[in-house]
Design a protein around this ligand. Structure first.
Ligand SMILES: Nc1ncnc2c1ncn2[C@@H]1O[C@H](COP(=O)(O)OP(=O)(O)OP(=O)(O)O)[C@@H](O)[C@H]1O
Length: 306
């Protein structure tokens, strides 16, 4: 049976005691989409994935998986999931774990093929307890795809991976998508969403702030980056976010013209001035906060050190 949406939330809210984790969220994921869910810590991303995959129920509103109730086992057959945290049986070998999970599916991917895709070839006979953190993470994401799911829901699939391992995983996910798979993933790495997702959904404080193509998200915020070199720059009005890399300073602002006027009248010594449009990361920062540190800052640090 085909459905217009693989996953859908209609007016969904979820409370945990007095915390409103999700507040009237509407979301749909159509077959073949590759959707990135972005949001700072505590935004509600995991809660949303848990509702869509049937691990939790909404306080109000409706969720659908393949057109039905996500808690009905039949509706979950086409679903592959990697939660934020997973445990693997430590004494089982890698191939035993993949074979075991694969046997729950009608048409599993051959184990060697899956391990090759995820850069795990050669580790078949290793006990999972002896794998590195990054190898374990790749294995748990691979397990979500072993059954050739129609929809894969991955909560921060690359957290803890080094740059090389992250790229291997991206390639595996791209391959899954190219073969018709639908992907909904969260990430703290904005460059990851930028590299992978066609559609981006920005969530904060339980609400969807923006939903659309990367270009749309960027255009939602009329933000510019003013980049310059200066040994000492005073605080300037109209700066949404400020970042230092040696003497290179990046100022995020909604009004570059005004900021440059302020810069000149401040009398600060500066050189090598550039003005550029918003990257997805900058759009995200502007949408979700006005200067307080968020995961976007973490992602920036990660990029600069990688
Ligand atoms: N089981 C729970 N009991 C109480 N509060 C919860 C529970 N699960 C989530 N919350 C709260 O709901 C809000 C949303 O949490 P959620 O885990 O969905 O955010 P997130 O966007 O996935 O965050 P992160 O990026 O840190 O993983 C937070 O305020 C969190 O503390």
């Amino acid at each position: 049976m085909t459905h217009e949406h693989h996953a859908r939330a209609v007016g969904v809210s979820r409370n945990f005691g007095t915390v409103r984790a999700l507040d009237s969220v509407d979301l749909d994921v159509a077959p073949g989409e590759l959707v990135g869910l972005l949001g700072p810590n505590g935004a509600g991303k995991t809660t949303l994935l848990n509702l869509l995959t049937g691990l939790r129920t909404p306080t109000s509103g409706r969720v659908e998986l393949f057109g039905g109730d996500p808690r009905t086992p039949r509706n979950r057959l086409g679903l592959g999931v990697t939660p934020q945290e997973t445990g693997l049986p430590e004494t089982l070998r890698v191939h035993e774990i993949v074979d075991f999970v694969g046997r729950h599916h009608r048409n599993p991917l051959p184990t060697h093929e899956l391990l090759e895709q995820f850069g795990l070839t050669g580790l078949e006979r290793r006990q999972s307890g002896s794998l590195s953190g990054g190898q374990k993470r790749r294995l748990t994401v691979a397990l979500a795809l072993v059954g050739r799911p129609k929809l894969a829901v991955l909560d921060e699939p690359t957290t803890g991976l080094d740059v090389e391992a992250r790229h291997v995983l991206w390639e595996a996910l791209r391959q899954y998508h190219a073969l018709g798979g639908t992907l909904l993933l969260t990430s703290h790495y904005l460059e990851e969403i930028e590299a992978l997702a066609r559609r981006v959904i920005v969530v904060d404080r339980g609400r969807v702030l923006a939903d659309g193509s990367q270009e749309y998200i960027k255009s939602r915020v009329d933000t510019r980056t003013v980049s310059l070199r200066s040994a000492a720059l005073p605080d300037l009005p109209g700066v949404v976010h400020r970042e230092h890399d040696g003497d290179r300073i990046r100022l995020l602002t909604r009004d570059a013209d005004q900021l440059i006027r302020e810069l000149v009248t401040s009398g600060a010594d500066f050189r090598d001035l550039h003005v550029a449009g918003a990257t997805l990361e900058e759009a995200f920062m502007t949408l979700t906060n006005d200067g307080t540190p968020t995961n976007a800052d973490v992602a920036t640090v990660d990029r600069s050190t990688s």
